[in-house]
Design a protein around this ligand. Sequence first.
Ligand SMILES: [Fe+2]
Length: 200
Amino acid sequence: MSESETLHDLFVDELKDAYDHEKQLIKALRKMSKAATHPDLADAFASHLEETTGQVAVLEEVFEMLDLKPRGKHCAGIAGIIEEGNEAIEEKDQSPLLDAALVGGGRRAEHYEIAAYNTLIAMANELGLSDAAVRFQSILEQETACDTKLAELGSMLLPLANESGEDESDDEDDDAEEDSSVATKRAVSKRAPAAKKRSR
Ligand SMILES: [Fe+2]
């Protein structure tokens, strides 16, 4: 954003940044949806992927309103958040623990977007571009709803991640536990005291 000389230039830079971050998120959400273990989390990422595709089209309308060709400018901020998410996907097997990490990564991305669209709305209003502001507002509402949904899913998924974590530390000999159903995990934890003795 070094070449901005006016608020309008800065606004266009922010728009290009948003266009790029949405495109990066399309790829990332696809990957996160595949990586998620719980079907509700996979669905949440898949449905936000669909919304994100629509958001790209809305941003293209704004470029058109400004008589500009839609062009992105590399968004290093979202790239960093996505990179952290990719590390979690590479380091962790599909598990409730990976789901917990994906919820955290997803919420980081949504908060980044919420800040970006609030900034764009404020700038558009200052510049008298109310039609653009209305479009950013519609995107902002989707980002906020997605963050709320991820927060709700987090409340449901964190206890599962907590249980699966206990299993790993309590029963180290049982590392080939492919079946991650809660019932199985509960049965395994009952054997934990004996396993603890063994591991010392
Ligand atoms: Fe978005």
